[in-house]
Design a protein around this ligand. Structure first.
Ligand SMILES: [Zn+2]
Ligand SMILES: [Zn+2]
Ligand SMILES: [Zn+2]
Length: 757
């Protein structure tokens, strides 16, 4: 009997063919296995029917750890073919299926780490050690099928020993496409600030020594370049901040291991699991009170981003350091993509003292992922290395859709059948470089999953780069669906949890509203047909437009104008926090009666409170004033200010008036806590009353403010007290990085969509 089997999903780059080879030969079957150009695998086996059945059940049950099957087609015939035993054949190019893909980059496995530490092993201390179960995949793969020739390992010819292992069915690197060793694989080198190689037998040892002495070193990893500095050396970090013009934006650190991280941060069991997971993301941890790392790493914040080493090179580098952690940041401006090529690094990163580089190309750039545990659940803030290109599974099938996301923290998504392939972090699509990266990444991802979209989705904002690109790509042939920003946030949560109706509380900085105004504190009733705006924060003026985002005292001025005593004196006393000093204050005061751009943004209210309480007067990075307000609220008491709601609108003027008038009477941390509580309880009340009138029993929280643990906790409490179900994000970012998934979801429902709902 002969059986042909085609399996899709995540099959290539996971050791699937050697796994099949072993099972087939153990079951005395002849035939072959091979990879295909559509990322599926094809197996033909010939033998006794009972052996074939045994083989099939073992393939299903014992599958390799990283494999995922989506589709398992078996065709049995009585035809006989001639085979010379069982073999792994060269891949073929067939492209019949869509939606299969290679795995993400996987952190080094325990067995490979053991080899690093065994003096007699030929891969002892080898910085690029990998096997069939670990190592880079997404970032080295240029095209499919996943064969060495289609990866950036192709330029390294196997030495005799590696060849022998590659061909030996009993070896754990049998058919491992990334196989290499010190004799034949990529090589590390260290250069000066100009890119001139420094002669050294031990580049890692030298780099460690230089870091300890206070040097700043650019380190080439698997998805791009990091900038490294000692986490104990404030002088080095201050120099890095000055050279990169990054005043306060927090840097991530790489700790040697969990024990090292525990010396300066609190690690609970969920966080520990995340730190050690094969994705090895940056996990936002609470700093210990006696945190001894440089205070310049995450100034004025109660948390710190920590990751563990995920390649042999990182392990070996950290092993050589006496300090428990290194600052490791991508350090590119948010409008620029991460640097990935050596020449590009030498040109652009002229602020570092040395470069630790290697000679393997990075095919696809991929930043580190970021996760924050929020109310006991892991929420991915940035879904990139270690997660991408694993798809998010939607509840129902749809035609092929490409959604281009929003403008800041951009990701895009490609929907094939019910699988949404969310891209790696693209960044802020406002520079030529990031825009180009977006276009390249779209082409690469569509090619990888063999997608031919018939629909393009984008934001409603008319002048976003992504909106314009969507129009250009759609042309006259493809369907174009524009999705309101906050509807997309809510829809991303519905897609993630597979719910068809939900009352969405969506809080963020800004998004283009249906009325052309700036929305950002919304209660939306959503179902498969669309959404209705059921409530929101009060509209407030943005004095000076975008300047009010950078300098939150302008928000304070606009909101409290005519409402409190002594506003003029107050603002003059803070003139040092206006770039133009007292003359700017004077100008602001004179213009307060004029009309300004209006917003219902939650971010702007948190910013204004942050300035009123002295936590932050200038936003130097996204979310800074609100993040500092959350840090200020740690340990605070709730003053239980009663939310004022009128026809679904939560009064935020009253809230800020309260803070202004009581700032001498209560502790700043109590007021900070109460601001969060007022907004959370107010929005929960609006949402719960909508639940009563619509019968929708699910309330979800999305938008960038949903990373705020305090707001999330208070909302959840209130919603659950009302006997309703509360949904929060887990594997999909709550912020704009998750927008593309929501766009995909809305576009997939759009066939029976009433535009005017
Ligand atoms: Zn391994
Ligand atoms: Zn070798
Ligand atoms: Zn948003």
């Amino acid at each position: 009997m002969l059986a042909k089997i085609v399996i899709g999903g995540i099959i290539q780059g996971v050791g699937f063919r050697p796994f099949v080879y072993r099972l087939a030969t153990a079951n005395k079957l002849a035939g072959f296995v091979r990879n295909r150009g559509d990322a599926a695998a094809e197996i033909v086996v010939q033998g006794k029917e009972q052996d074939i059945d045994q083989f099939l059940s073992e393939v299903k049950e014992k599958k390799p750890v990283l494999a995922r099957y989506d589709g398992f087609v078996v065709e049995k015939t009585n035809k006989e073919e001639r085979f010379n035993g069982f073999s792994i054949l060269a891949s073929n190019e067939s492209h019949e299926f869509s939606g299969s893909v290679i795995p993400p980059d996987i952190s080094i496995c325990d067995r490979c780490i053991e080899e690093l530490q065994m003096p007699q092993n030929r891969r002892n201390r080898y910085p690029f050690n990998t096997c069939t179960e670990c190592g880079p995949r997404f970032t080295i793969t240029e095209a499919l099928p996943y064969d060495r020739v289609n990866t950036t390992m192709s330029e390294f010819d196997l030495c005799r020993d590696c060849s022998a292992e590659y061909c030996n069915p009993l070896d754990r690197r049998f058919h491992a496409e990334t196989i290499s060793c010190g004799a034949c694989g990529p090589q590390l080198s260290i250069t000066d600030s100009k890119g001139t190689t420094i002669d050294s037998a031990d580049p890692l040892g030298l780099a460690a020594k230089l870091l300890e002495e206070g040097s700043i070193i650019a380190v080439k990893g698997i998805g791009g370049f990091h900038v490294a500095a000692s986490a104990l050396n404030s002088k080095a970090i201050a120099r890095l901040r000055e050279k990169k013009n990054r005043k306060n934006k927090p840097f991530a650190v790489m700790a040697k291991n969990v024990e090292s991280a525990r010396k300066f941060a609190i690690v609970d069991s969920v966080e520990e699991k995340l730190l050690l997971s094969s994705a090895r993301p940056i996990v936002l941890l609470k700093k210990r009170d006696d945190c001894f790392l440089s205070p310049l790493i995450s100034p004025q914040l109660h948390n710190i981003g920590v990751m563990l080493p995920y390649t042999a090179m990182h392990i070996l580098l950290l092993d050589k350091l006496p300090s428990p952690a290194l600052v490791m940041t991508s350090a590119n401006p948010s409008s620029m993509p991460m640097v990935k090529d050596n020449d590009e690094a030498f040109r652009q990163m002229d602020f570092v003292d040395y470069f630790l580089v290697h000679n393997r190309q990075i095919a696809v750039r991929c930043d580190d992922s970021v996760v924050r545990v929020n109310c006991g659940k892991a929420n991915v803030v940035r879904r990139s290395r270690g997660y991408v290109p694993t798809p998010i599974y939607l509840k129902s099938q749809s035609s092929c859709i490409l959604a281009l996301g929003a403008e800041l923290n951009n990701t895009f998504s490609v929907l094939v059948n019910n699988k949404a392939f969310m891209s790696q972090h693209i960044g802020d699509v406002e520079s030529v470089e990031t825009y180009q990266f977006l276009k390249d990444a779209v082409r690469h991802m569509a090619g990888m999953v063999n997608a031919r979209p018939d629909t393009i989705a984008c934001d409603l904002h008319p002048t976003m780069h992504t909106t314009r690109l969507a129009h250009a790509m759609a042309g006259s042939d493809l369907r174009l669906v524009q999705v309101q920003h906050h509807h997309a946030h809510a829809a991303s949560l519905m897609a993630e949890h597979g719910v068809d109706e939900m009352i969405g509380i969506v809080c963020d900085g800004a998004g283009y509203g249906l009325d052309g105004k700036v929305w950002g504190g919304e209660v939306l009733c959503c179902n498969k047909q669309g959404f209705k705006r059921a409530g929101h924060l009060a509209e407030q003026p943005m004095v000076g437009g975008d300047l009010a985002t950078c300098y939150p005292l302008r928000m304070v001025a606009g909101i409290l104008y005519g409402k409190v005593d002594g506003l003029d004196e107050y603002l003059h006393s803070k003139s040092g926090h206006f770039p133009g000093g007292s003359s700017e204050v004077q100008f602001v005061l004179q213009n307060l009666s004029k009309s300004a751009m209006m917003t219902t943004s939650t971010g702007r209210i948190l910013d204004a409170a942050s300035a009123l309480l002295g936590a932050c007067y200038e936003r130097t990075y996204e979310g800074e004033p609100a993040m500092k307000l959350e840090s200020l609220a740690v340990g605070g008491n709730d003053l239980r200010i009663k939310p004022r709601i009128d026809k679904g609108v939560l009064d935020t003027t009253f809230l800020l008036q309260y803070v202004y008038e009581n700032r001498g009477r209560h502790l700043p941390r109590d007021l900070a806590y109460s601001v969060h509580s007022y907004i959370a309880r107010g929005l929960a009340e609006i949402a719960c009353s909508q639940s009563r009138s619509t019968g929708i029993k699910v309330i979800g929280f999305s938008g960038g403010v949903a990373y705020n643990e305090l707001v999330t906790r208070l909302l959840k409490q209130q919603v659950e007290l009302s006997g309703l179900q509360f949904l929060q994000h887990e594997s999909v970012p709550a912020g704009d990085a998750g927008i593309s998934l929501g766009q995909v979801y809305v576009a997939s429902m759009h066939d029976n969509f009433d535009e005017d709902l």
